[in-house]
Design a protein around this ligand. Structure first.
Ligand SMILES: Cc1cc2nc3c(=O)[nH]c(=O)nc-3n(C[C@H](O)[C@H](O)[C@H](O)COP(=O)(O)OP(=O)(O)OC[C@H]3O[C@@H](n4cnc5c(N)ncnc54)[C@H](O)[C@@H]3O)c2cc1C
Length: 316
């Protein structure tokens, strides 16, 4: 899985499947569900720490689902009235956020500029309710075509935006019943395509804004080393970002094996060479403990720990 995560960490999956279309996806799911094979869903792997033992069963990638299009006016009916002047854009789950932002810029559509340079896919960003520069996916999300898994199989349904179901890094798609957060089971949803409400703008100014955000990421060292982005959520009740708490605990540069708190960013844990997942996990546990001792705050991981951790000694 190290080839499928931005951390470049993770042991082997038993097998990985990238269905070419919906019929293939449905056939794979039927086969695996009927055969009792665990099914893990990944997007761009940019928010994942996969264990050194890897993932048992099947890993499904929607990398082939990449279409992005403007919805014709009549398809916009569910949002008529409140959406006056908006343009609805539908993106399939496997499209990258970089491609979505580029596509919108080339169509002179404004609303997703702040996600320029965000690693990962549309499906992952919707699932995580990704947040960039004070803008969350939920600010532009309107509805999604989802595959809803139940004890009897699965069905395709449309899921409309309901503000009560969304929050900071929270989306209605996060209910997963298994021990492993990637594994699909009854109650899980797979986002197949999401529709966003944008507005008409000026391509040059949209692109200028996007370049500014992408440059800011570069300057903050987001891509200097492999990582999973921010390791901890920023809980507003702490009064400070997690990175600041980690800095104040003197942990910048703190290292276990090749897992390291980035010397330039307290909330980034990097793979400084050939870090093992167990090193990252031990580092995270140590950082959480030190911050808790210093402040009384228990930081919550944003990066998702996935795969088979059964024999690793380190605990979070
Ligand atoms: C350098 C760097 C910078 C980052 N900056 C930010 C940032 O500014 N803001 C931010 O919010 N995040 C940031 N991240 C984290 C990450 O990019 C986001 O969380 C991203 O949205 C995850 O998308 P993904 O496709 O990679 O999902 P993955 O990491 O592959 O999966 C994450 C979760 O989404 C689920 N999932 C994936 N696709 C689907 C689907 N189609 N349907 C249902 N569930 C699905 C997976 O099962 C998993 O539980 C950053 C990461 C890196 C490496």
């Amino acid at each position: 899985m190290s080839a499928h995560t931005t951390f470049k960490i993770g042991g082997p999956a038993d097998f990985i499947v990238a269905p070419a279309n919906f019929a293939e996806l449905a056939a794979c799911l039927r086969l695996f569900f009927d055969g009792g094979v665990p099914v893990s869903l990944i997007g761009g792997g940019s928010n994942l720490l996969v264990s050194d033992k890897g993932i048992r069963g099947a890993v499904i990638s929607l990398a082939a689902f990449t279409a992005i299009s403007r919805l014709p006016c009549d398809a916009a009916a569910p949002n008529e009235g409140s959406e006056a002047g908006r343009v609805l854009v539908r993106a399939e789950a496997g499209a990258s956020m970089v491609d979505l932002t580029e596509w919108c810029a080339s169509e002179s559509l404004s609303g997703v500029e702040r996600f320029a340079g965000l690693p990962g896919t549309v499906g992952g960003a919707v699932f995580m309710n990704a947040r960039c520069y004070e803008r969350s996916v939920s600010d532009v999300f309107r509805f999604a075509k989802v595959l809803s898994v139940s004890a009897n199989g699965f069905q395709i349904v449309e899921k409309k935006f309901d503000s009560a179901e969304w929050g900071y890094k929270v989306s209605p798609f996060q209910a997963r019943t298994g021990i492993d957060p990637l594994i699909l089971g009854p109650g899980s949803t797979v986002v197949l395509a999401a529709t966003f409400a944008l507005s008409s703008g000026n391509e040059a100014s949209i692109r200028a804004e996007m370049t500014g955000y992408a440059r800011d990421r570069e300057e903050k060292g987001h891509f200097r080393f492999p990582s999973g982005g921010s390791m901890f959520k920023n809980d507003r009740s702490f009064g400070k970002p997690s990175g600041k708490l980690i800095d104040e605990a003197g942990l910048r540069g703190f290292r276990i094996g090749d897992a390291q708190v980035a010397p330039w960013h307290g909330n980034f844990v990097i793979n400084a060479g050939s870090a093992r997942a167990a090193d990252v996990r031990a580092l995270v546990a140590a950082v959480k403990k030190r911050v808790f001792e210093a402040t009384g705050f228990s930081m919550e991981c944003e990066v998702i720990f996935a795969g088979d951790w059964s024999t690793d000694a380190a605990g979070e």
